[in-house]
Ligand binder design. Structure first.
Ligand code: NAI
Length: 254
């Protein structure tokens, strides 16, 4: 197999479904060995089997990115099966729909644990091997909410903005080791998470399709293409960037 990610070992969090699954499929198609991490054991097993059937080199670990021990165990299991990670895609995330005046501290922590701290825990686990080899790339899946947001989704925008900030800090700190760190900010992408959003805000379903300059919402594969580009040598001089994959929604004023 030949492709832009030949010889890379790509770890993807939240890979059981949605954008994470599409990233794993695209990375495998580009020649990478792929390590899948998710909390959803059954869906992870189904995605892993489907990928293996395509001839991909794939391994999976049930793991929770918010838990230090779980992250350490998952990364080390996948390293023993595939070799040390050379690419990390921090994709696992969740929406938030809290009221700032009533939200509990535990609820706040649960959002930031998945949408921000988990990405750092994963990066902390994989970076030493990348630094040792002077080779690596990290792609953090942020959101259009890192720059624009919508009422009723507190504190999702804060967590995703934090992830873009962390992308900049890491890019500066690990750049001298030849490791690139970028963010990708999707807009509306057709996944289970978007269905959850439309169920929470039913009036947004029709509106979402009409506001995009490109006239449609995106697919997980649209995001995966950009993620795999940023992870590949084709993006050798791109680091610290936050790439929009939003069909032009983020440039629209009215
Ligand atoms: P999804 O909900 O379909 O998939 C997310 C996956 O992450 C699930 O398989 C879930 O089990 C996993 N996950 C959640 N918490 C985890 C944890 N603690 N440890 C390990 N795995 C965990 O969501 P989707 O739409 O594929 O989103 C992927 C990323 O893209 C998220 O970070 C999301 O915030 C971001 N995003 C999605 C957009 C959309 O419209 N779908 C728009 C902007 C950003």
């Amino acid at each position: 197999m030949t492709g832009r990610l030949m010889d890379e070992v790509v770890l993807v969090t939240g890979a059981a479904r949605g954008i994470g699954r599409a990233v794993a499929e695209k990375a495998a198609a580009e020649g990478a060995a792929v390590g899948l991490i998710d909390v959803l054991a059954d869906q992870l097993a189904a995605t892993t089997s489907a990928l293996a059937e395509t001839g991909a080199r794939v391994a999976a670990a049930v793991g929770d990115i918010t838990d230090e021990a779980s992250v350490a165990a998952a990364v080390s299991q996948l390293a023993s099966e595939l070799g040390p990670a050379t690419v990390l895609v921090n994709n696992a995330g969740k929406n938030a729909y809290a009221d700032a005046t009533r939200m509990t501290v535990a609820e706040w922590d649960a959002v930031f644990d998945v949408d921000l701290k988990g990405a750092w825990l994963m990066a902390r686990q994989v970076l030493p091997a990348m630094i040792e080899r002077k080779h690596g790339a990290i792609v953090n899946i942020a959101s259009i909410h890192a720059s624009l947001t919508t009422a009723g989704m507190f504190p999702y925008a804060a967590a995703k903005s934090g992830l873009v900030g962390m992308t900049r800090s890491l890019a500066l700190d690990v750049g001298p080791h030849n490791i690139r760190v970028n963010a990708v900010s999707p807009g509306y992408i057709a996944t289970d998470l978007l269905e959850e959003f439309f169920t929470t805000f039913p009036h947004e379903r029709d509106h979402a399709h009409t506001v995009h300059p490109l006239g449609r919402i995106g697919t997980p594969e649209n995001v995966a293409e950009v993620v795999c580009f940023l992870a590949s040598p084709a993006a050798a001089f791109v680091t610290g960037a936050n790439w929009s994959v939003d069909g032009g929604l983020g440039i629209r004023y009215a």
